[in-house]
Design a protein around this ligand. Structure first.
Ligand SMILES: NC(=O)c1ccc[n+]([C@@H]2O[C@H](COP(=O)([O-])OP(=O)(O)OC[C@H]3O[C@@H](n4cnc5c(N)ncnc54)[C@H](O)[C@@H]3O)[C@@H](O)[C@H]2O)c1
Length: 417
C-alpha cells in the first residue's frame, strides 16, 4: 500500500515509520517545512525511546513532503487542541488536512482519522469535505476513525502492543483498516462504528479525569477531618473492588485535561464531567493557598517549583498545572523559580537546581519525577532563605527532609496541621 500520513508529530511520525517498517510505501506530510527537511536529511525532530532505531529500519520506505500526493491510504494525525473560549475541540487542522486530501482522492481509497476528535466529527466534518471529490463515502471510498492510546515515553511499544479500536463508517471500512493495522499491531483490534470509536477514546480519558477529581476532593476533605488521605487511599484500595487514584496539584497533558471537554461539548448533560474538570483545574489554586499559609509572615517570598512536566518522568509540559500555579503565584507577588531536569522548553526560564533553590523560601513539588526522590535536602537547605516544602505528590522522603531542618506540608495530609 502507498500511505500518506498527514501530521508528523508525536503520533503521526511513529505511526508512519511503523507502517514503513512493515513494508508499506509511506509519505509523511507536514505543513512544517523545517520538520520535513530535517526528516529528509535523516534527522528526527524529537526524541522518543526506540524512534531512532525505527527510523533507521523504515528509511527505505519513508520520505517526508509538504505536499499530499495520490495514495491508497490517507491517515490524518494532526493536532486537535482545546479551544479555550468555547471549551470545544478546535478542528481547524483536521479541516485543513481533509482539504489537502480530497483533491487526490480516488475510488477505493481508505481515509483514516487518528486525531482525537469530538463525537460525530468523522461523519459531520470529515466526510462532507472528502465528498467534495465527487466520490461517495462508504461506496466509492472507505473512512474510519482509529484513535491512538499510546503514552509518551512508551509510544512505539504501545502502538504495537496496545489493543486498538477501529470505527468504520461501514463494516467494510473497518475491516479494511483492521487488515492494514494488522501489519504492525500485535494487540487485539476491535471494530465498531466511527462515532462510537470517537466516544470510546474520549471516555477513557474522562474516566481517569473524574477519578482523579474524586481523590483530589477527598484530599481536601481529609485535611478538614485531620486525616492523611494517602494512608486512607492505601487502606481503601485493600478492598478487592476499589482502586482510587492518586491526588495531586492538578492534571495536565494533551489528553486527560482536554478530552472530557470534547465529550460534553455537544451534550446538554455532563455536569459531573465538567465539575471534575473544575476540581482538577483549581488544584493549583489550592496548592498556592497551602503555600501561602506556610509562608505567612515571610516578606517578598520566593518559591521554587520542582517539576513543570505535566506528569512524572516525562519532558512534556503541555497543559501543565505548574503553569497555572506559577501565574497565580506571580499575581500575588511571589517570585517563582523553576527546576525541571527533563523539560527542555517552557514559558519560564529553566534553572539549574542550585540557581532555582538559592535564596528560596519554599520548594513546591508539582511533578513526581523519580529524580526528585534523590535530592539532597542538606545541600539544598544550605542555599535556601527559609526551609519550607510543599510536597504536592507525596514523593519526598519526609523524615530525611525534616532532619535537614525543613518544615513539610504534604497535599491531603490533615494529620500535620
Ligand atoms: N501525543 C500523544 O501522546 C497523543 C496520544 C493520543 C492521541 N493523540 C492525538 O493525536 C493527534 C496528534 O497529536 P500529536 O501529539 O502527534 O500532535 P503534534 O502537535 O505533535 O503534531 C502534529 C503535526 O501535525 C502537523 N500539521 C498540522 N496541520 C497539518 C496539515 N493540515 N497537514 C499536515 N500536517 C499538519 C503539525 O505541523 C505537527 O507537526 C491529536 O489529535 C492528539 O490529541 C496524541
Amino acid at each position: 500500500m502507498k500511505i500518506s500520513v498527514l501530521g508528523l508529530g508525536y503520533i503521526g511520525l511513529p505511526t508512519a515509520l511503523l507502517f514503513a517498517s512493515a513494508g508499506h510505501e509511506v509519505v509523511g506530510v507536514d505543513i512544517d517545512k523545517r520538520k520535513v527537511d530535517l526528516l529528509n536529511s535523516g534527522k528526527l525532530p524529537f526524541q522518543e525511546p526506540g524512534l531512532e532505531e525505527l527510523f533507521e529500519k523504515a528509511r527505505d520506505n519513508f520520505r517526508a513532503s509538504t505536499q499530499v500526493e495520490e495514495s491508497d491510504v490517507f491517515l490524518i494525525a494532526v493536532p486537535t487542541p482545546l479551544d479555550l473560549q468555547t471549551k470545544a475541540a478546535d478542528l481547524k487542522y483536521v479541516k485543513s488536512a481533509a482539504e489537502m486530501i480530497w483533491l487526490h482522492l480516488k475510488k477505493g481509497n481508505l481515509v483514516i482519522l487518528e486525531s482525537t476528535v469530538s463525537p460525530r466529527t468523522t461523519e459531520r466534518l470529515l466526510i462532507p469535505i472528502l465528498e467534495k471529490s465527487g466520490l461517495k463515502a462508504g461506496t466509492d471510498f472507505y473512512v474510519v476513525h482509529c484513535p491512538e492510546r499510546a503514552i509518551p515515553g512508551k509510544t512505539i511499544h504501545e502502538m504495537i502492543h496496545n489493543d486498538r479500536i477501529i470505527g468504520g463508517i461501514t463494516p467494510e471500512s473497518a475491516e479494511l483498516a483492521k487488515e492494514l493495522y494488522s501489519s504492525f499491531v500485535k494487540g487485539n483490534i476491535y471494530v465498531t462504528n466511527a462515532t462510537t470509536a470517537e466516544f470510546v477514546k474520549l471516555i477513557e480519558n474522562t474516566y481517569r479525569d473524574v477519578n482523579i477529581a474524586l481523590v483530589n476532593e477527598l484530599a481536601l476533605i481529609a485535611e478538614e477531618y485531620g486525616i492523611n488521605v494517602w494512608e486512607a487511599i492505601e487502606l481503601a484500595n485493600k478492598h478487592p473492588r476499589v482502586n482510587l487514584h492518586r491526588p495531586g496539584p492538578g492534571v495536565g497533558g494533551h489528553c486527560i485535561a482536554i478530552d472530557p471537554w470534547f465529550v460534553i461539548q455537544n451534550s446538554s448533560n455532563g455536569r459531573l464531567i465538567a465539575l471534575a474538570r473544575h476540581i482538577n483545574d483549581t488544584m493549583p489554586n489550592y496548592t498556592l493557598r497551602k503555600v501561602r499559609e506556610m509562608l505567612k509572615g515571610v516578606e517578598y517570598p520566593t518559591v521554587t517549583v520542582l517539576g513543570v512536566a505535566y506528569k512524572g518522568n516525562v519532558g512534556d509540559a503541555r497543559e501543565t498545572p505548574a503553569l497555572r500555579f506559577i501565574k497565580l503565584a506571580e499575581n500575588e507577588g511571589f517570585k517563582v523559580k523553576v527546576y525541571d531536569p527533563l523539560v527542555k522548553e517552557f514559558e519560564y526560564p529553566l534553572l539549574s537546581l542550585e540557581e532555582a533553590v538559592k535564596d528560596s523560601d519554599c520548594i513546591v513539588v508539582i511533578t513526581d519525577h523519580e529524580v526528585f526522590k534523590f535530592l539532597d535536602p542538606e545541600k539544598i537547605g544550605q542555599l535556601m532563605r527559609h526551609k519550607f516544602v510543599f510536597d504536592g505528590r507525596n514523593i519526598l522522603d519526609h523524615e530525611k527532609w525534616k532532619k535537614a531542618g525543613f518544615k513539610i506540608k504534604v497535599l491531603g495530609n490533615g494529620k500535620e496541621r
